[in-house]
Design a protein around this ligand. Structure first.
Ligand code: TZP
Ligand code: MG
Length: 215
């Protein structure tokens, strides 16, 4: 079975204010070992180039790289897997394309969706948004820790929690049964006072998660 590290880091170029490649470099420097390349705006060309560049970095670090949504990019770039939502290609359709060895993760937003995901070959299942999130457009309603607990009771594979997760909240989410916390915005905290050189402290925020999670 797939072993997931407790921190699942997701890239966001708008929030990081740099290319995915640079973001991944910093996520790795902070200690992240499972990274998802997520970009709802990029062209196929950009996605593919970025996936290849990021894969070089994750390979060197012995880390895992997953692409959000794009099974075509995952296959062509040869990354470690893909993460699918409820409106994407199904897990089995993606499995047919990617084969048995690639990691396929799927997002669920209710216990019924979670049960349905258990009937697929997904390597891990995510539940969320656990808390309110500003990162996703039109997010489903927050599900709270209760869905994490309920999903854990049924889970036969790694469980990922996502949505509004901060270093402060991460321990209670792991205690509720998540094997891993998937994080976007808390990895890219902007300083309150901005100047021309302002950038989010990505390495520092990964370190805060690593410390909070005891990994
Ligand atoms: N799916 C459910 S919540 C979410 C996704 C992709 C976004 C999580 O981002 P953040 O900034 O960690 O709340
Ligand atoms: Mg998707």
């Amino acid at each position: 079975m797939l072993q997931l590290p407790k921190l699942y880091a997701i890239t966001d170029c708008q929030l990081s204010n740099c290319a995915h490649e640079e973001t991944v470099r910093m996520l790795l420097a902070g200690g992240a070992r499972f990274i998802q390349l997520r970009d709802k705006e990029a062209s196929s060309r950009e996605m593919l180039d970025q996936a290849r560049a990021c894969l070089k970095l994750t390979r060197e670090a012995g880390a895992t790289l997953i692409v959000n949504d794009r099974v075509d990019v995952a296959l062509t770039a040869g990354v470690d897997g893909v993460h699918l939502g409820q409106d994407d290609m199904s897990v089995e359709e993606a499995r047919e394309i990617l084969g048995a060895d690639k990691i396929i993760g799927v997002s669920t937003h209710s216990i019924d969706q979670f049960r349905a995901a258990l009937g697929t070959s997904a390597n891990y299942i995510a539940v969320g948004p656990v808390y309110q999130t500003n990162t996703k457009e039109n997010p489903d309603p927050s599900v709270g820790l209760e869905l994490v607990r309920e999903a854990k009771r049924l889970a036969d594979r790694p469980l990922v929690a996502i949505g509004g997760i901060t270093p402060e909240r991460a321990p209670e989410i792991i205690a509720a049964g998540a094997d891993s916390v998937a994080v976007v915005s808390a990895l890219y905290p902007w300083p309150e006072i901005l100047d021309l050189t302002s950038k989010p402290d990505i390495i520092g925020s990964v370190c805060r998660f690593v410390e909070a999670l005891g990994v």
